[in-house]
Design a protein around this ligand. Structure first.
Ligand SMILES: NC(=O)c1ccc[n+]([C@@H]2O[C@H](COP(=O)([O-])OP(=O)(O)OC[C@H]3O[C@@H](n4cnc5c(N)ncnc54)[C@H](OP(=O)(O)O)[C@@H]3O)[C@@H](O)[C@H]2O)c1
Length: 178
């Protein structure tokens, strides 16, 4: 199976987006030339697995942000929801996370960037995420969408790195213990 890897920014109160999916709070505080490691992270991935919520947000960006292949997990979107310009880069899958990862394995993927909110939670619950890189943004937004939620068992994490940046961002890397 490919391993799943997350690279997410969270408000200090634990949200990944506002209730309407807005991400304006992510860039409110200037970070200057700081390198938070995103380019190095994505360079090590075969592609992305994301939820339809995140896909819709990405469609609203001025430019499509991903050079690597993207699989959108959705039970409601159809191929007709993919703009023609992205047809070679994006596909929809209604499979379970386990079945999708098995399919990606057969396609030769070894490392998948798991992106989104609810989809990350699903893959975490299913034991398909190997590590989390979480960047805490020094802001409280009060309400919004989360990437963590109810569990049927505890998930133990090992902190492997903690990096404070001059801007006030703090990046935490965790290995998910099997
Ligand atoms: N802060 C950050 O670093 C960061 C990074 C990435 C994204 N984001 C933002 O975070 C927000 C997350 O959106 P979201 O909460 O809607 O989560 P999401 O994971 O992006 O999308 C969730 C949707 O995916 C579909 N889905 C299909 N199979 C699923 C499964 N097994 N488990 C869960 N969902 C499944 C469901 O919709 P249907 O089946 O109905 O299609 C579900 O509502 C977005 O606004 C995104 O822009 C933030």
């Amino acid at each position: 199976m490919p391993t799943g890897h997350c690279f997410m920014a969270l408000s200090l109160d634990g949200f990944v987006a506002r209730p309407d999916h807005a991400l304006d709070w992510l860039t409110k505080q200037p970070t200057g030339p700081e390198d938070h490691g995103y380019d190095a992270f994505i360079a090590g991935m075969d592609g992305l697995v994301m939820g339809s919520g995140s896909f819709r947000t990405a469609l609203g960006f001025p430019d499509w942000p991903y050079a690597k292949p993207v699989v959108v997990l959705s039970r409601t979107l159809t191929p007709s929801d993919i703009p023609a310009a992205l047809a070679a880069k994006v596909r929809i899958s209604s499979q379970t996370p386990q079945a999708l990862m098995a399919e990606l394995d057969a396609m030769g993927w070894t490392r998948a960037y798991v992106d989104g909110g609810r989809v990350i939670h699903s893959l975490l619950r299913a034991g398909l995420v190997q590590d989390l890189t979480l960047t805490l943004i020094p802001i409280l937004i009060g309400q919004g969408l989360r990437m963590f939620g109810p569990l049927t068992r505890d998930i133990d994490l090992t902190l492997t790195q903690a990096t404070p940046f001059p801007s006030g961002l703090v990046q935490l890397r965790y290995l998910v213990r099997p």
